[in-house]
Design a protein around this ligand. Structure first.
Ligand SMILES: Nc1ncnc2c1ncn2[C@@H]1O[C@H](COP(=O)(O)OP(=O)(O)OP(=O)(O)O)[C@@H](O)[C@H]1O
Ligand SMILES: [Mg+2]
Length: 251
C-alpha cells in the first residue's frame, strides 16, 4: 500500500528543547491517524511542520512520494495538505457561503483584493455550497458568521479546509471548546468524512479519538513512544503511565 504521507526521523529544536525528537510517522489513504499526548508533547509543532509553517532541523517529510520538506505552505496546500482554518481567518460579517467562496478562490491562487467581485462569481458558489453541504451547514449558507454558534464556526472552518480539495486533513484539536453535543456532532461529521481523506487528528478528547482513529501515535516529550491500533493503545502500559494516568480517561 502506498503511503499518502511519510515523516522520517523529523527533528525540531527550540533552543535546547527538542520539541520533535526523531519522529517517524505515516498516513495511508483513507485512514484516521490520531496523535495523542500530554500538553507540550509537541503535537502542534509536528502539525506545523507538516503544513510548512515551521521548518524542521532534521529529517524529511514526503507527500505521495515527493519530498516536501522545503515546500512552502501554499505549495503544500496545492498538493493536498489541508490544515484547518482558524476562526481568526474568517470574516465575521460575511455569510458562511461567502467565506467558503473566499477559501475556494484563495486556493485557486487568486488574491483577497478582489473581494467585491467574488460575491457575484457564480463559479465559486457551486464548490463552496458543496463544501457547506458536506459539513452539514448547507441550509446555513446565507447566515452571517457572527450569528452562528461556536460549533457551527468549527464546521465552517472544516468546510473552508475541504474547499481546497485536500487529500490529507491536518486537524489540531477540532473539538476544543465545544459542548458535549457539539463534539458529538463533530465526531459524526468526521466519521462521515472517514475514508474519503487521510486525516491526522490531534485531540485530547479520548471519546473522539477512540471513536474515529484507525491508528494512534502517542507523543511524549517530542518522541513517539508507540503507534498502534486503538485497542492496543488502550491496553498499553507505557501509554497509561505516560498519558492516560490510571486509565480514567478511557472509562
Ligand atoms: N515557537 C516556539 N518557541 C519555543 N518553544 C516552543 C514554540 N512552540 C512550541 N514550543 C515548545 O515546544 C513544546 C511543544 O509544544 P506544542 O505546542 O507542540 O505542544 P502540544 O503537544 O501541541 O501541546 P498542547 O496539548 O498543549 O496543545 C512545548 O514545550 C512548547 O513550550
Ligand atoms: Mg497543541
Amino acid at each position: 500500500m502506498s503511503h499518502l504521507l511519510v515523516v522520517r526521523d523529523l527533528v525540531k529544536r527550540f533552543g535546547g528543547l527538542v520539541a520533535t525528537d526523531h519522529v517517524n510517522f505515516d498516513v495511508i489513504p483513507g485512514e484516521v491517524h490520531a496523535i495523542i499526548g500530554p500538553n507540550g508533547a509537541g503535537k502542534t509543532t509536528l502539525i506545523s511542520q507538516l503544513a510548512g509553517e515551521l521548518h524542521p532541523d532534521g529529517g524529511a517529510i514526503e507527500f505521495e512520494g515527493q519530498d516536501i520538506s522545503r515546500a512552502s505552505v501554499p505549495a503544500r496546500a496545492l498538493l493536498g495538505l489541508g490544515r484547518s482554518y482558524q476562526i481568526s481567518q474568517i470574516f465575521r460579517d460575511f455569510s458562511a457561503l461567502e467565506n467558503v467562496m473566499l477559501a475556494v478562490q484563495s486556493h485557486a491562487g487568486h488574491s483577497f483584493e478582489f473581494m467585491a467581485p467574488v460575491a457575484t462569481d457564480a463559479a465559486l458558489v457551486a464548490p463552496a455550497q458543496a463544501a457547506l453541504d458536506l459539513v452539514g451547514l448547507g441550509s446555513r449558507a446565507q447566515v452571517p458568521v457572527a450569528a452562528m454558534a461556536h460549533g457551527e464556526h468549527r464546521q465552517l472552518e472544516l468546510a473552508m479546509t475541504l474547499a481546497g480539495n485536500p487529500k490529507v486533513l491536518l486537524l489540531d484539536e477540532p473539538m476544543a471548546g465545544m459542548s458535549l453535543k457539539e463534539s458529538e456532532e463533530m465526531i459524526a461529521l468526521l466519521k462521515s468524512l472517514k475514508g474519503k481523506y487521510g486525516i491526522i487528528l490531534v485531540e485530547h478528547d479520548m471519546d473522539a479519538v477512540f471513536a474515529l482513529a484507525d491508528r494512534i501515535s502517542v507523543l511524549v516529550y517530542g518522541r513517539i513512544i508507540v503507534t498502534d491500533v486503538p485497542d492496543a493503545i488502550r491496553n498499553n502500559r507505557d501509554v497509561k503511565d505516560a498519558y492516560l494516568g490510571d486509565g480514567e480517561a478511557l472509562a
